[in-house]
Design a protein around this ligand. Sequence first.
Ligand code: NAP
Length: 280
Amino acid sequence: MSARLLKGKEVSDALVTQLSQEMAKLNFQPKLVFIRVGDDPASVAYVRGKNRLAEQIGICSLVNALPQETKQAELMELIAELNADDSVDGILVQLPLPEHLDSEPILEAIDPRKDVDGFHPMNVGRLWTGQEGLVPCTPAGLIRIMDHYQLPIEGRHVVIIGRSNLVGKPAAALFLRRHATVSLAHSRTRNLAALVKQADIIVAAVGRQALITPEMVKPAAVVLDVGISRVDGKLVGDVHPDVAEVAAHLTPMPGGTGRVTVAMLMQNTLQAAIVRRASG
Ligand code: NAP
């Protein structure tokens, strides 16, 4: 194996240490509220992991586990209550929601100042116009990984595969902000292999096992594997394991981008708390 592994734990541990130091300086305890609807096992596990790290850092963290049959109006009412509650700094609705619920108005109902996932259109607009705001955690984590390992971004060609609001699009905005040249690929991109081959930095955010093969990767490329699929009970990324023979740097899966995502949520919660409380 030639690629240097960009380990999520190392990046996350450094961020947690930094956040714990910042927490020690606060004269209040930030509060983060999770809303989970139904018992989707992945959602249960994600919320448990986020809740655990919040508690470890000293953030007051509450989980609202609502039944599968929760109605849209009930969820909207809960969000309105949490918006109005001055002690609440962050509100996170765990996605995906059950099919009978329409996630768009629900996410838009969250006070943008408490929108620790960074999905509210106000925060999306701020991101694209270069203003301060809350940024989605997974893409923010990719930049954090690059910075932690002192990998340059400016002037580099970043090819992002996947154009979701959750990962691909905000990742494009963040890399652009850092002066990269960005290509955003998706399911209708023609000749994906040729495009990826040009990349200095590859972000694979699709959810398809082994989409990125060694032949597609330029030697010395940095490869950030975001995709997650479950194959025969095991979690695998979008990047074929043999890419490690070609790339210079690679996030492992598991143990890469996911861990940093959770730490970035804690950073967003702290940021939300500090900014909102300072603005009164
Ligand atoms: P998504 O909303 O399903 O988006 C997937 C994207 O991949 C779409 O833009 C789609 O294109 C594109 N795509 C599908 N097949 C493709 C192909 N053959 N070639 C090129 N592009 C293709 O998923 P998401 O929410 O962005 O999540 C992406 C993956 O990241 C999932 O596996 C998810 O589990 C994982 N994830 C990981 C983390 C983490 O922390 N590591 C966090 C969030 C999500 P179209 O737009 O044309 O349909």
